[in-house]
Design a protein. Structure first.
Length: 347
C-alpha cells in the first residue's frame, strides 16, 4: 500500500479524488470542516494539516479499498510528475535568461536566477533532467564568476566548473564534460599557468567530443597562451589557422575575436603595422553590444597604441575608457589586465 510521509493539500486533494467524494462528503468522512478541505485544495503543497489531522488522513487512506488506493497512487504520481515538469520548464527559462544576463554583464540578476535553483535543490534527490539542469546552472555560475575575476577558491569559477564536471560525468554527457574541460583550461590561463593551459588547449583542439567551433576556439586559445608566454611568432601561426577555421565554419563573431588576439600576438613580436591592421578588423567587424567584449577590444587596442611612442597618449586614453567600463560592470580580471599594461609601460 502506498504511504504518505508528509500530507499537504496536494495529497489530500488526491485522496478525495481517489475516493470519488465531493468536498462536503470528504469533510464528513474525515470529521473536519468544509472550509478546511477548501483551504487544503486552494493552497496545495503550501499548507500542511496539523499532526492530529495527518493521522486522520493516514487512517482514511489505510481503510480505503484497494481500487481507491491504486487511484490515489496514480493521481499523486501524475501530479508530482506534472509539477516536476513545470519546475523543469521554469528552470530552463531561468537558465536562458541567465545566459542573456551574463552576456550583458548583469551579474547580480544572473546570480539571483541561478541561485534560485541551486540553493533550493538537493542534486542527490533530483531526477536525470533535474541533475542536468543543476549542472548547467553550475557551469553558468562558473562563467559568471570567471567574468568577475573570481577564478580560484571555494566560491570561484574553478570550484563551480569542477562540481558541474562531476555531475555531467555521472550523467554520461561527454560533450558537456569536454566543454567544462575547456572552461577549466581558461581558468588555468587566467591564473597564470600558461604552459599547463596551452597543453590542455592542444588536447581539446582535436577532441572529438567538442563541436568544430569549440575545437577551433581551443586552437585559438593555444595561441593566446603561447603569446602570453612570449612565443608570439608561433602563436600567430596557430591563430591564423584558427581564424581560417572560423571563416570556413561561418562564425563571424569568433573570426573577429581571433583577429583581436592575433593583433596582440603581432604586437608581442614587434610587428605594429600588422597588429594595427588586425585590431582594426576586429573593431570594425565585431559585435560590441557586450561590455566585456568592448573592454577586451579597447584593452587590446590601447595596448597596441602604447607600444608606439607616437600614439602613447592615445593608448592611455583608450585604456582609461576601458577601465571605466570595467569598473562599471565589476570586471575585476579586466581591471587587473589594464593596470598591468599601464604599469608595464611605465616601467
Amino acid at each position: 500500500m502506498v504511504s504518505v510521509q508528509q500530507w499537504t493539500g496536494r495529497e489530500a486533494r488526491a485522496l478525495r479524488a481517489a475516493l470519488r467524494m465531493s468536498s462536503r462528503a470528504f469533510a464528513d468522512h474525515l470529521g473536519v470542516a468544509l472550509r478546511t478541505i477548501a483551504k487544503w485544495e486552494s493552497l496545495g503543497t503550501a499548507t500542511r494539516p496539523r499532526p492530529d489531522t495527518q493521522a486522520i488522513l493516514d487512517t482514511a487512506l489505510a481503510r480505503a479499498e484497494a481500487p481507491a488506493q491504486a487511484r490515489f497512487e496514480e493521481l499523486l504520481f501524475t501530479e508530482r510528475e506534472s509539477t516536476r515538469s513545470a519546475d523543469h520548464e521554469t528552470w530552463t527559462e531561468d537558465i536562458e535568461r541567465a545566459v542573456a544576463c551574463i552576456g550583458r554583464q548583469n551579474f547580480s540578476f544572473a546570480t539571483t536566477l541561478l541561485n534560485r535553483w541551486l540553493a533550493s535543490r538537493d542534486p542527490c534527490r533530483l531526477d536525470g533532467n533535474g541533475r542536468y539542469l543543476y549542472g548547467r546552472s553550475l557551469a553558468l555560475l562558473g562563467d559568471l564568476q570567471r567574468d568577475q575575476g573570481a577564478i580560484l577558491g571555494p566560491l570561484s569559477a574553478a570550484h563551480s566548473y569542477r562540481t558541474a564536471r562531476a555531475m555531467f560525468t555521472e550523467l554520461d554527457i561527454p560533450r558537456r564534460v569536454a566543454q567544462i574541460d575547456l572552461s577549466l583550461a581558461v581558468v588555468q590561463e587566467m591564473s597564470g599557468w600558461l604552459e599547463a593551459s596551452a597543453r590542455q588547449y592542444e588536447l581539446l583542439a582535436t577532441d572529438e567530443r567538442l563541436s568544430p567551433r569549440d575545437r577551433a576556439r581551443a586552437q585559438l586559445w593555444v595561441g593566446t597562451a603561447l603569446s602570453k608566454e612570449g612565443n608570439n611568432e608561433y602563436a600567430a601561426t596557430v591563430m591564423v589557422s584558427a581564424t581560417r577555421t572560423f571563416e570556413d565554419l561561418g562564425e563571424p563573431e569568433d573570426w573577429s575575436v581571433a583577429h583581436q588576439k592575433l593583433a596582440l600576438a603581432h604586437r608581442g613580436s614587434g610587428d605594429l603595422k600588422q597588429a594595427l591592421h588586425c585590431i582594426d578588423i576586429a573593431r570594425t567587424t565585431g559585435t560590441v553590444d557586450s561590455p566585456m567584449q568592448r573592454v577586451r577590444l579597447d584593452t587590446a587596442y590601447g595596448h597596441i597604441l602604447l607600444s608606439d611612442a607616437a600614439t602613447r597618449n592615445d593608448g592611455l586614453y583608450v585604456l582609461d575608457q576601458a577601465k571605466q567600463v570595467a569598473q562599471q560592470y565589476g570586471l575585476s580580471h579586466q581591471l587587473r589586465s589594464i593596470e598591468g599594461i599601464r604599469m608595464g609601460r611605465r616601467g
